[in-house]
Design a protein around this ligand. Structure first.
Ligand SMILES: CC(C)(COP(=O)(O)OP(=O)(O)OC[C@H]1O[C@@H](n2cnc3c(N)ncnc32)[C@H](O)[C@@H]1OP(=O)(O)O)[C@@H](O)C(=O)NCCC(=O)NCCS
Length: 173
């Protein structure tokens, strides 16, 4: 199967924060943002896999700034690494307030998707071929993030997480 570059899965999605998206403080609800991020990430994963994909996991997401009613959300997604049947998608989220001319980065996150065939069986995905220095850093780090999420999901024993453990033992005393 031919490998693909992160560029080929690059996806940008915009949303306008409307009253039905906010809490009683007129701030965007976290769950709504996670939903939009899931859609942008799924589109990106589908571009890479050319298949239907399902969300396997969402890594820890921190909400650094509140996002206001009327702000424009921009979600950028691209595949950071492909494994056997799964892909990791990196997301960057910005909130722009057009009248005041300000824009803040509000979130970064990783979503994992599994590709399925028409019968709903897991299927192998194309390899990811990182090109830029930034893409290579994301690609390398994906192995550790995968091990952490599989341990947390009860799918891997910590003893098997060699790359993750190496992080803790590589610091010289
Ligand atoms: C995700 C799903 C396809 C995994 O299937 P499974 O048979 O349990 O998983 P396996 O242990 O065989 O792993 C299959 C792949 O999923 C990955 N995976 C499984 N659990 C994972 C998790 N918690 N986090 C990240 N990746 C995970 C595995 O690493 C593996 O990837 P690889 O083939 O690239 O190595 C299955 O659990 C499923 O269909 N879940 C529901 C998906 C869904 O409906 N999502 C929407 C939620 S509302």
């Amino acid at each position: 199967m031919k490998g693909k570059t992160p560029k080929e899965s690059h996806t940008i999605m915009n949303e306008l924060v409307l009253p039905n998206d906010t809490n009683t403080l007129n701030n965007l609800m976290g769950g709504r943002l996670l939903h939009w991020m899931d859609i942008a990430a799924a589109i990106s994963a589908q571009k890479h896999c050319n298949r239907i994909v399902v969300t396997a996991s969402v890594d820890n997401v921190s909400f650094k700034h509140s996002i206001k009613l009327g702000d424009v959300i921009t979600i950028e997604a691209k595949v950071s690494r492909a494994f056997t049947t799964s892909v990791e998608v990196r997301l960057d989220v910005w909130a722009q307030n057009i009248p005041s001319g300000t824009s803040v980065k509000s979130n970064e996150a990783y979503y994992t998707f599994v590709a399925l065939d028409k019968e709903g069986n897991k299927i192998n995905v194309p390899e990811l071929l990182p090109e830029t220095a930034e893409e290579i850093i994301l690609y390398d780090g994906a192995l550790r993030r995968r091990q952490l999420r599989l341990i947390l999901g009860g799918k891997m024993h910590p003893d098997e997480a060699t790359e993750l453990k190496a992080l803790f033992f590589s610091v010289e005393k």
